[in-house]
Design a protein around this ligand. Structure first.
Ligand code: NDP
Length: 327
C-alpha cells in the first residue's frame, strides 16, 4: 500500500493505493535482513501523523504480525513468528533493529492479539495506567475513546484494581460494550451530550481522580474542571485534533494549578523494557478470562486503507486489525 501524497485534513482511502511489485524474496550474501510473510497488520491513530507534510509517495509501515520465511539474522529462524514494524505489504524485507522485531513465544492465543492486547496498544494501556496514573484502589477513573484498542484495557485494569470507572465512546453499540463486556461502571455517548461538563458531573459528582486522555480538545477542557484535587491525567493521545489544520485551544488549563493536578504525556516506545513483565501479567489473565479483548478484523490487504481511515470516524469497534494472510 503506497501513500500517494501527503494528507491534509481527514485521510481518505484515495490517498493510498494498492500496487503490485515483483520483489525477490531472498537474503543477499552476508546481509542480516529477515524476509517476512505478513499475517496481520495493525491500524493505529499515530499513523496519521506520518501522512503529513512528506514529499512524494512512500510505502506505509505499521505494526504487524509476521512469519519468518528466510533469515540472515542468527536471532531469527525460518518459521519463527514475530511482531514489530512491518510494511503494509504481503512480504517485507527488514532488519530486526529497524523494525524492532519481537519474537512471539506464546502461540496459544489469537496471533492478531500481538497487534493489540499483546502488542503496542496493550503496552500503552499498561504503562499509561500503572506507571503514569499512580492509581489507587477506590479512586475514580475516566477513560475517553474507551472502547478502542487502548481504552478497553485501561478500563479493565482500573476495575481489577477496585476503581470506579466511566468511559466515553461514540455510539450506543460501544457504550453497551463498555458496560456489558468490559465491566465499566458507567459509560456514555459523548456525541449525544450537549454539555460535557454537566455529563461528567453526572457520573462523577465528587470529581475525577484519574483521566486517561485519548481524545483531547473539548473533552479535555470539560475534564479539567471536573478533576479532584491532586488528580492525575495521563496524556496518551488526542485523536480529535489529528485531522484539524488548527488545533482547538484548551481553556481550563489553570485548573492544573488550583487543583494541583499532575498531567503527564508519555510515549509507549520509551517503556518497552517492561514488555516481559507485562506479558507475565496479561497472558494468564487472557487465558483465565479475567481480561477480554474485542477486535475488528478487516479481511485482505486491499481493505487496509478503508480500515485505517475508519479510525478517524469511529468505524472500528475495538482494536482495528487487517488480516493479510493465513499462517
Ligand atoms: P482506537 O482503537 O480507540 O480508535 C480510535 C477511536 O477514536 C475511534 O474508534 C473513535 O471512537 C475515536 N475518535 C475518532 N475521532 C474522534 C474525535 N474527533 N473525538 C473523539 N473520539 C474520536 O485507537 P487506539 O486505542 O489505538 O488509540 C487511542 C489513543 O491512544 C489515540 O489518541 C492514539 O493516538 C493514542 N496512542 C498513544 C500512544 C502513546 O505512546 N502515547 C500509543 C498508542 C496509542 P469513538 O466512536 O468512541 O469516537
Amino acid at each position: 500500500i503506497i501513500l500517494k501524497h501527503y494528507v491534509e485534513g481527514y485521510p481518505k482511502e484515495s490517498d493510498m493505493e494498492f500496487k503490485n511489485n515483483n520483489v525477490k524474496l531472498n537474503v543477499p550474501e552476508g546481509s542480516n535482513v529477515v524476509v517476512l510473510k505478513n499475517l496481520y497488520l495493525s491500524c493505529d491513530p499515530y499513523m496519521r501523523s506520518r501522512m503529513s507534510k512528506l514529499e512524494g509517495s512512500y510505502p506505509i509501515t505499521g505494526c504487524g504480525v509476521a512469519k519468518v520465511l528466510k533469515s540472515g539474522d542468527s536471532n531469527f529462524q525460518e518459521g519463527d513468528l514475530v511482531w514489530g514494524m512491518t510494511g503494509w505489504e504481503e512480504y517485507s524485507i527488514v532488519t530486526a533493529t529497524q523494525s524492532a522485531l519481537f519474537k512471539i513465544h506464546d502461540k496459544n492465543v489469537p496471533l492478531s492479539y500481538y497487534t493489540g492486547i499483546l502488542g503496542m496498544p496493550g503496552m500503552t494501556a499498561y504503562v499509561g495506567f500503572y506507571e503514569i496514573c499512580s492509581p489507587k484502589k477506590g479512586e475514580t477513573v475516566f477513560v475517553s475513546a474507551a472502547s478502542g484498542a487502548v481504552g478497553q484495557l485501561v478500563g479493565q485494569f482500573a476495575k481489577m484494581l477496585g476503581c470506579y470507572v466511566v468511559g466515553s465512546a461514540g455510539t450506543k453499540e460501544k457504550v453497551d460494550l463498555l458496560k456489558n463486556k468490559f465491566g465499566f461502571d458507567e459509560a456514555f455517548n459523548y456525541k449525544e451530550e450537549k454539555d460535557l461538563v454537566a455529563a461528567l458531573k453526572r457520573y462523577f459528582p465528587n470529581g475525577i481522580d484519574i483521566y486517561f486522555e485519548n481524545v483531547g480538545g473539548k473533552m479535555l477542557d470539560a475534564v479539567l474542571v471536573n478533576m479532584k484535587l491532586h488528580g492525575r491525567i495521563a496524556v496518551c493521545g488526542m485523536i480529535s485534533q489529528y485531522n484539524l489544520e488548527k488545533t482547538e485551544g484548551v481553556h481550563n488549563l489553570f485548573c492544573l494549578i488550583t487543583k494541583r493536578i499532575r498531567m503527564e504525556g508519555f510515549l509507549v516506545s520509551d517503556h518497552y523494557h517492561l514488555y516481559p513483565k507485562y506479558l507475565e501479567m496479561i497472558i494468564p489473565q487472557i487465558k483465565g478470562g479475567s481480561v477480554v479483548y474485542v477486535e475488528d478484523i478487516a479481511e485482505g490487504l486491499e481493505n487496509a486503507p478503508k480500515a485505517l481511515v475508519g479510525l478517524f470516524y469511529g468505524h472500528n469497534v475495538g482494536k482495528q486489525v487487517v488480516k493479510v494472510s493465513r499462517e
